[in-house]
Design a protein around this ligand. Structure first.
Ligand code: PLP
Length: 386
């Protein structure tokens, strides 16, 4: 069996219960935080499935089962950060293998490929994956993996996941999707044909800006064996408390995402109408490139909105510093709204490269506060520099 799992229960039910039965020892309804490094054995080699917490820990198992269920995966592996999860997937490749990544991949993913894996012999090309001709032009006999983000960070480009996965499979390569921006509530890449899904659980899955974590959801057993091996051998695993924080966050993912999407809509309406704003980037806008694909492959369009300002970099930097409800900070996907300037903050590592982002760009992570407060806050900041 290699297809996505057909779940017995709905998404919200699985978010609350999958992998989390009441604790068999005590009946505790909230999964215990098994804050232990090691586990007593009855006799040498006789244990209850847990020996040492780098290899496995019950709180981590609960998280892995829950997130695997939400993505429709057969296997799930939790990591200490999103980049540790990305690193594990890339380590399954060999020197000389060629990888295609998005031209506006998350800056940290670009840096990992460019500064760590490429010097060790990985070949790669960064292309606009929303352009099938660009993927075809970059393809090489040694291409083993296409790394997809959709929507991308920070331009919110939409990639046709089903088409890219098919293109890769027809050429015996794998397709892995960083689903951090969409979450499994809005988009399930494995159902669209991808082989694996990566998350920074730091973002929407955790949802409260209180934990850093990562996750890999895998369909096929062979890739899962490699990722599981690397998780234990390299040891970039999350602590039990961090697993518990993500588990707790995920319970409310569906209701949070509905509000993130609704609030993003209200912010997009403001930006569309404001004279100081040049381009508005949000997959839910009918004019957005890839909007029709987003309608097909996403349930809703997410809480991330980007825009460029007519006043250029100076205006963007000034607006980022002028909001009061939106906090000026890196990261995204939590209950509180954040604003940032990608060229000087999250995407500084790609400055000067072909991947550099427009300095007039602002990225908004629209939170779940009162929509009117968010709109008023951003309007006041835009008015102050226009
Ligand atoms: N993928 C995306 C799309 C991200 O935005 C981020 C972080 O911002 C990462 C991966 C890396 O995650 P982490 O910061 O948890 O390592």
């Amino acid at each position: 069996m290699t297809g996505p799992r057909r779940p017995e229960h709905g998404f919200e039910t699985r978010a609350i219960h999958a992998g989390q039965p009441p604790d068999p020892a005590t009946g505790a309804v909230s999964t215990p935080i098994y804050q232990t490094s090691t586990f007593a054995q009855e006799a040498v080699g006789e244990h209850r499935g847990y020996e040492y917490s780098r290899s496995a820990n019950p709180t981590r198992t609960a998280l892995e089962q829950c997130l695997a269920s939400l993505e429709g995966a057969r296997h799930g592996f939790a990591f200490a950060s999103g980049l540790a999860a990305t690193d594990a997937v890339l380590r399954t490749l060999r020197p000389g293998d060629h990888v295609v990544i998005p031209s506006d991949a998350y800056g940290g993913t670009w840096r990992l490929v460019h500064d760590v894996f490429a010097p060790m012999g990985m070949q790669f090309d960064a292309v606009d994956l929303d352009d099938p001709a660009a993927l075809a032009a970059a393809w090489q006999p040694t291409t083993r993996l296409v790394w997809v983000e959709s929507p991308t960070n920070p331009l919110l480009a939409i990639v046709d996941i089903a088409a890219v996965a098919k293109y890769a499979h027809d050429r015996e390569a794998r397709c892995v999707v960083d689903n951090t921006f969409a979450t499994p509530y809005l988009q399930r890449p494995l159902e669209l044909g991808a082989d694996a899904v990566v998350h920074s659980t730091t973002k929407y899955l955790g949802g409260h800006s209180d934990v850093v974590g990562g996750f890999v959801a895998v369909l096929d057993d062979e890739l899962a064996a490699s990722i599981g091996f690397l998780q234990n051998v390299v040891g970039a695993v999350p602590a039990p408390l961090d697993c518990w924080l993500v588990l707790r966050g995920v319970k409310t993912l569906a209701v949070r995402m509905d509000r993130h999407c609704a609030n993003a809509r209200a912010i997009v309406e403001l930006l569309d109408a404001h004279p100081g704003v040049d381009r508005v980037l949000w997959p839910g806008r009918p004019g957005h490139r890839g909007h029709e694909i987003a309608c097909r492959q996403m349930r809703d369009f997410g809480g991330m909105v980007s825009c460029t300002l007519r006043g250029g970099e100076a205006a963007a930097v000034a607006v980022a510093a002028a909001t009061r409800v939106f906090t000026l900070a890196e990261s995204l996907g939590a209950v509180e709204s954040l604003i940032e300037h990608p060229a000087r903050m999250t995407h500084l590592s790609v400055a000067g490269s072909t991947n550099a982002v427009d300095p007039a760009l602002l990225r908004l992570s629209v939170g779940i506060e009162t929509a009117d407060d968010l709109v008023a806050d951003l309007r006041a900041a835009l008015d102050s520099v226009s």
